[in-house]
Write a protein that binds this ligand. Structure first.
Ligand SMILES: *Cc1c(COP(=O)(O)O)cnc(C)c1O
Length: 489
């Protein structure tokens, strides 16, 4: 099964079958019910395999996966915490999973109550007035939030405000979302310690600025100590503050973006609130706003009536719809279960534990890895590659070597501030033993880099594929059985 060059993953053999159509209660084949003129003339081009082949194929594929359920996953910025299984159980209850978005609201009161309660919980955690749960992901939340920002200025006749200020350390989705929202991106520089340079910000603040988009702690894991000053300056200039909530984890229950002066934010339920992510979804990026912006939130909205029942309605002042129906309901269920099962007190422990874990790793490795920003970090931090650069071993080599030891690599080459960036986020759900093992392996790898760099340059050697042809995969992708067949013919 290992030889990808010869494509021996081709399991299909003509005539082999893996199904049995059940005879129905009247004793004839299900196929007999389909009129002859509606049946296809040629058989579809599907692999012909036995049930056993199919089960083995998918089981083997799943074993090649790496996830939070298989090992330590310190991917910075992504908050790969453990996802409690009870969340899954609740989200898959037929009473919730079987709902239809168009069924009468009277028959979906429990689901709407959950949606409403989650909105309220997030508003309390964020220190903002109201949330919509409609956006499907963090980036989608960013777009929605920036549309609120833009609409706010337009609705006041202030149409000159078309610029959004974004720090040079920002996640790539930030400037991308701003462009999609029709705003122009202006970059503000970071100081060597990773925080926004207030002196660089001041001259950018004129009457064409719609707002600033930032995160706190920032992308290097450091708390923006001057946030109150930044909020004051931006507000005085007539702009709004947008908070990228992907870094909310260390602040949970401790510090609220609303209290720091932010007007709009999104939350990644699939990061901070422990619902599985990776591989593209499903996600959920609720957007919260301060009281003066609630009218603009997208439709539809869930409201609580005076008699305690829940309804779905729309508001003419809204910026419109950003999703079909109310968003990714299953993800919301999991986040709600997570919040309720932790409760207020335990939610407050998430940040300190995540912060302790990150600082412990940082301090244990900073003699062997280059630490560009000294001092206490929050839930994550950035190394700038190995301390000893003389061996030519790169961050990519270290990342690949970690795979041989059964760890997922950290985020690499982001933020762009440092050439050999390696961004490590352990989260609060890892034990001391796991973290110590990771530290051990990181130290071993640094020693290897000095003594036998060729080992690192050849890594990984224990994984299914060692050095994939990334250019070939991008230029000539084989993503389906049909494209494989076309390539072969
Ligand atoms: C993950 C992330 C995003 C984007 O969220 P998605 O759900 O992946 O679209 C935005 N900003 C930061 C800092 C992130 O880590």
């Amino acid at each position: 099964m290992k030889n990808y060059d010869k494509l021996i993953f081709e399991l299909s053999r003509p005539g082999r079958k893996g199904y049995q159509l059940r005879r129905n209660e009247f004793g004839f084949d299900a196929l007999d019910n389909i009129p002859a003129e509606l049946r296809r003339k040629d058989s579809p081009e599907l692999p012909e395999v036995s049930e056993g082949d199919v089960v083995r194929h998918y089981t083997n594929l799943s074993n090649k996966n790496f996830g939070v359920d298989t090992g330590f996953y310190p991917l910075g910025s992504c908050t790969m915490k453990y996802n409690p299984k009870i969340n899954e159980e609740l989200a898959s209850m037929p009473e919730f999973a079987g709902l239809h978005p168009l069924q009468p609201v009277e028959t979906a009161q429990g689901a709407l109550e959950m949606y409403y309660n989650l909105q309220q919980a997030l508003a309390n955690i964020a220190g903002l007035a109201e949330f919509t749960l409609n956006p499907y992901a963090g980036a989608h939340g960013e777009l929605t939030g920036l549309m609120v920002m833009r609409q706010y200025h337009i609705s006041r006749g202030d149409t000159k405000r078309t610029k959004v200020i974004i720090p040079d350390t920002a996640h790539g989705t930030n400037p991308a979302s701003a462009m999609v929202a029709g705003l122009e991106v202006v970059e503000v520089k970071s100081k060597p310690n990773g925080s926004i340079d207030v002196e660089d910000l001041k001259p950018l603040l004129d009457d064409t600025v719609a707002g600033i988009m930032m995160t706190n702690p920032n992308t290097t894991g450091m708390f923006e100590a001057e946030i109150l000053e930044i909020a004051k300056l931006v507000h005085e200039a007539g702009g709004l503050l947008y908070y990228d909530g992907a870094n909310l984890n260390p602040l949970l229950g401790k510090v609220r973006p609303g209290d720091m002066g932010f007007d709009i934010m999104h939350i990644n339920l699939h990061k901070t609130f422990s619902t599985p992510h990776g591989g593209g979804g499903p996600g959920s990026g609720p957007v919260g706003v301060a009281a003066h912006l609630t009218d603009l939130l997208p439709n539809p909205r869930v409201r609580k009536m005076e008699d305690g029942t829940f309804t779905i309605d729309t508001d003419d002042r809204s910026l419109g719809n950003v999703s079909t129906f109310l968003g990714n309901f299953g993800v919301m269920m999991k986040a709600y279960a997570y919040i309720l099962s932790l409760g207020c007190d335990n939610l407050k422990n998430v940040g300190p534990m995540a912060t302790l874990n990150a600082n412990y790793i940082k301090e244990s490795l900073k003699d062997l890895y280059k630490l560009p920003i000294e001092g206490a970090c929050k839930h994550e931090f950035v190394f700038d590659g190995l301390a000893d650069k003389s061996t030519g071993v790169t961050t990519l080599n270290v990342a690949k070597r970690l795979l041989d030891f059964g760890f997922h690599a950290p985020t690499i080459y982001f933020p762009l501030l440092f050439h050999e960036a390696m961004m490590i986020e352990p989260t609060e759900t890892e034990s001391l033993e796991t973290i110590d093992e990771f530290i051990d392996v990181m130290r071993k790898v640094a020693v290897e880099a000095a003594e036998s760099p060729e080992i690192l340059k050849a890594a990984p050697v224990t994984t299914e594929i060692s050095h994939p042809d990334e250019t070939g995969a991008a230029k000539n992708p084989i993503l389906s059985y049909r494209s494989l067949k076309q390539q072969q013919s």
